[in-house]
Design a binder for this molecule. Sequence first.
Ligand SMILES: Nc1ncnc2c1ncn2[C@@H]1O[C@H](COP(=O)(O)OP(=O)(O)OP(=O)(O)O)[C@@H](O)[C@H]1O
Ligand SMILES: Cc1cn([C@H]2C[C@H](O)[C@@H](COP(=O)(O)O)O2)c(=O)[nH]c1=O
Length: 205
Amino acid sequence: MFIVIEGIDGAGKSTQAKLLAEWFEERGYEVVLTKEPTDTAFGKLIRKLVLTGGKEGIIDGARISHEAEALLFAADRAEHVAKLIKPSIEAGKIVISDRYFYSSLAYQWARGLDLEWLIDLNRFAVRPDLVILLDLPVKESMKRINGRSIKTEFDRIAELQKRVRENYLKLAERFPEMRIVNALASVEDIHNDIVALVEHELSKK
Ligand SMILES: Nc1ncnc2c1ncn2[C@@H]1O[C@H](COP(=O)(O)OP(=O)(O)OP(=O)(O)O)[C@@H](O)[C@H]1O
Ligand SMILES: Cc1cn([C@H]2C[C@H](O)[C@@H](COP(=O)(O)O)O2)c(=O)[nH]c1=O
């Protein structure tokens, strides 16, 4: 089974991915807990060229294009799918990924790229059985990640996150594997909501 956790920055994805992995392990399943961007060479390149704080997106003094960003995320994902996700699913393991191609659709669309182009670019990516969308108002996510961003970037980031949140909610109408979970609740209540969705999915297997 392949499960993805999605949501805006600070929505609680890594917290819930870890709890879900433990839930499966306690029940005897072999679990692969992974994330995007990955820790491979492509992931490191993304962190260096796209996600680096004050010098965000700079190569030789010029910001890289949003198309180049989308292609880097897709290249990282292609390696992720081929080397880890597909082999693990085929070996009967539970794969839990903190972010996947839905992040590219929500974020790179929010940066002005064409949604259909992004969907085509990511068509190689095997579809998960279940995508948990942790939905959280931006005000709350900003509180949770406040310490991480420098003050001058704060408003710009909040504006982007608002567009990303709206995009995720639109994507949930288009992709039937996406399920919305209220991420304003306590860590424990969110975990219980996710487990209910997972148990429903397991009952179909
Ligand atoms: N339900 C919750 N209520 C309050 N705080 C939470 C909740 N879930 C997570 N947090 C806290 O919010 C912060 C962000 O959580 P976490 O790292 O899990 O989010 P994330 O979605 O993985 O973030 P990012 O996308 O930026 O990596 C952490 O300090 C975490 O302890
Ligand atoms: C996979 C993916 C990620 N992003 C963005 C979303 C976040 O702002 C960062 C990753 O940060 P995290 O703390 O490691 O979650 O990257 C993106 O824009 N497009 C993508 O495909």
